[in-house]
Design a protein around this ligand. Structure first.
Ligand code: UD1
Ligand code: CA
Length: 446
C-alpha cells in the first residue's frame, strides 16, 4: 500500500506575497500542480494534501485532480505538525507514506520510483532524497555515521558553524514506513530556533534512516523565495528550448523567448526574439513567428508568418500572415492563404481562404467567406449594449474603407460596399451599396 502526502500548508513568508507559495507558477503551472503531476504514475492508494494558509484557494486550484483528500493544518506549526494531522486519515493504514514538500517542483517520477524501490529493498524505517550541493544554503544538513545510516538532520538555522559546512542536504522528500512513523510522531518537540515541530526530527527517532542521493541538484531544488523561483524558470526554459532546437526549431535569441511544456513544433520553425508561447500550442512546419508575439492555446498550421501579434485560443491555416500588431482573440478560425494585417482585431470569427483584412479593422462574431477584401477601418458593430450579434459576409465581397456593418447583418457574395458606409440591413448577392450623406460644399467668405 502506498499513501502520498504533499505538504502545502505553509505561507511562504520569504516570497513576500499575498498568494500562497505553492500557487506561484513555473512555465505556466503552479508549484503544487507540478509536485502532484510527478506522483500520478505511482498509482498510490491515496493522495493527501495538507493545506492551511489560504486553504480554500489552494484547494480550488486543484479541483481538476479528483482523487485528492485535503487535510487541514491549523495553525501551521511546522512540517512535523503537518504530518501529525495525517494520523486520523491513516488510521489502520499499513505500508509506505511518501511525503513531498509542496515547494520542490522539478522532481521526476522516475526518481520517486527509485526512492520507493530502494527504501523497500533496504527495509528502512525512512529513506529520504539528499544531494551534495556546492552551495547548500537554506537546506537542512544530513549527518550520517560510518555505516551510512543517517543519525540526524539539522536545520541550517540550528547548525553550528562547523555543521553548516556539511554540503549533504535534505531535499524534503521522504518515504516512511507509516507504522513506525506513527509510533514516534507524538515524540516531536519544538525545541528549535523556530519553535516548530520538524518532520526532520523523526529521522533520529526512527530505527533505520537512510538517504538516497540524486545526481541532478536542480531536480530537488526547493523554492523559498522569488530568486529561486526565477532560477527554476530559467532551468525549465533552457531545457525546453534545447529540446526543440535539437528537433529543428531555430531561436534567434533564445533567452528572450519562453515556452510552455505543452507546446509542440514542426521543423524549420523560426522563433524571433521576444516571443512567448503559453498553454497548449501547436506550431506547424515552416512557421516564422516574432519578433514580439504572444501565442496562447493556439494552432498554427504550416508556413504561418506572425509578427508583433497576440494570438489567443485561435486556429490559423497554412500560409496565412498575421500582423504586425494584430490581435486574434478566442474562438477565431482563420483559413489558409489569408492575411490579417496591422492593427486588426478578430474575435470569435471564421475567416475563409484568401480573405484579406489588411488594416485597422475590428471583426467580431462574424463568418466571412473566401476571397473577401475588407477595406481599411471596416468595423463589425456587433454589440447593442446588451447582446452580441453576428455578421455574415459571403465570398468575393469587398467593403470600402471605414465601413460599419451593424449586426445582425448578412452581406451576400460579390457585393461591393462604398467607402464610409454604415450598413444596417442585409445586402443581396452581386450588388453595389453606398450609404453616405451628400457632401455640402459652400464657398467661404473672404
Ligand atoms: C524543509 C526541511 C529542510 C529541507 C528543505 C528542502 C523541515 C523542518 N525542513 O525546510 O530540512 O532541506 O525543506 O526543501 O522540514 N509546510 C506545511 N506546514 C507547516 C510548515 C510548512 O505544510 O507548518 C509545508 C510548506 O508549505 C512547504 C513545505 O512544508 O511546501 C516545506 O516548508 P518550508 O518552510 O519551505 O521548509 P524549509 O525551511 O524549506
Ligand atoms: Ca522550502
Amino acid at each position: 500500500m502506498l499513501a502520498i502526502a504533499i505538504l502545502a500548508a505553509g505561507k511562504g513568508t520569504r516570497m513576500n506575497s499575498k498568494l500562497p507559495k505553492v500557487l506561484h507558477s513555473l512555465a505556466g503551472k503552479s508549484l503544487i500542480d507540478r509536485v502532484l503531476s510527478c506522483t500520478q504514475g505511482l498509482k498510490p492508494n491515496l493522495r493527501l494534501v495538507v493545506v492551511g494558509h489560504q486553504a480554500k484557494l489552494v484547494e480550488d486550484s486543484l479541483k481538476n485532480h479528483k482523487d485528492l483528500d485535503f487535510v487541514l493544518q491549523q495553525p501551521q506549526n511546522g512540517t512535523g505538525h503537518a504530518i501529525q494531522q495525517l494520523i486520523p486519515k491513516l488510521k489502520g493504514f499499513k505500508g509506505e507514506l511518501l511525503v513531498l514538500n509542496g515547494d520542490v517542483p522539478l522532481l521526476k517520477e522516475e526518481t520517486l520510483c527509485s526512492l520507493i524501490k530502494f527504501h523497500k529493498e533496504s527495509k528502512a524505517s525512512v529513506t529520504f532524497l539528499s544531494a551534495s550541493l556546492d552551495s547548500p544554503i537554506g537546506y537542512g544538513r544530513v549527518f550520517t555515521d560510518e555505516s551510512g545510516l543517517v543519525k540526524e538532520i539539522i536545520e541550517e538555522r540550528d547548525c553550528t558553524n562547523a555543521q553548516r559546512k556539511n554540503t549533504l542536504i535534505n531535499a524534503g522528500i521522504y518515504c516512511f514506513d507509516w507504522q513506525q512513523l506513527s509510533d514516534i510522531l507524538n515524540l516531536l518537540s519544538n525545541q528549535n530556533s523556530q519553535n516548530e515541530l520538524y518532520i526532520t526530527d523523526t529521522i533520529s527517532l526512527l530505527k533505520k534512516a537512510l538517504h538516497f542521493k540524486v545526481d541532478n541538484p536542480f531536480e530537488i531544488k526547493g523554492i523559498n523565495d522569488r530568486f529561486q523561483l526565477s532560477e527554476c524558470e530559467h532551468y525549465i526554459q533552457k531545457k525546453l528550448k534545447s529540446l526543440w532546437m535539437s528537433k529543428g526549431v531555430s531561436f534567434v535569441d533564445p533567452i528572450s523567448c519562453s515556452l510552455s511544456e505543452d507546446s509542440n513544433f514542426g521543423t524549420d520553425v523560426i522563433i524571433e526574439p521576444q516571443t512567448h508561447l503559453r498553454g497548449k500550442c501547436n506550431i506547424g512546419n515552416g512557421c516564422h513567428i516574432g519578433p514580439g508575439c504572444i501565442i496562447t492555446n493556439s494552432t498554427l498550421a504550416e508556413n504561418v508568418l506572425a509578427i508583433h501579434s497576440f494570438i489567443n485560443e485561435a486556429t490559423i491555416g497554412n500560409n496565412t500572415s498575421i500582423g504586425p500588431f494584430a490581435h486574434i482573440r478566442p474562438e477565431s478560425n482563420i483559413s489558409k492563404n489569408s492575411k490579417i494585417g496591422n492593427f486588426v482585431e478578430i474575435k470569435k470569427s471564421f475567416i475563409g481562404e484568401k480573405t484579406k483584412i489588411n488594416h485597422l479593422s475590428y471583426v467580431g462574431d462574424s463568418t466571412l467567406g473566401k476571397n473577401i477584401n475588407i477595406g481599411a477601418g471596416t468595423i463589425t458593430a456587433n454589440f447593442d449594449g446588451k447582446n452580441k450579434y453576428r455578421t455574415i459576409i459571403d465570398d468575393f465581397s469587398k467593403t470600402g474603407a471605414n465601413s460599419v456593418l451593424v449586426a445582425p447583418i448578412k452581406i451576400g457574395s460579390h457585393v461591393t460596399i462604398g467607402a464610409g458606409s454604415t450598413i444596417s440591413k442585409d445586402i443581396p448577392d452581386k450588388s453595389l451599396v453606398v450609404e453616405r450623406s451628400k457632401a455640402m460644399i459652400r464657398t467661404k467668405a473672404d
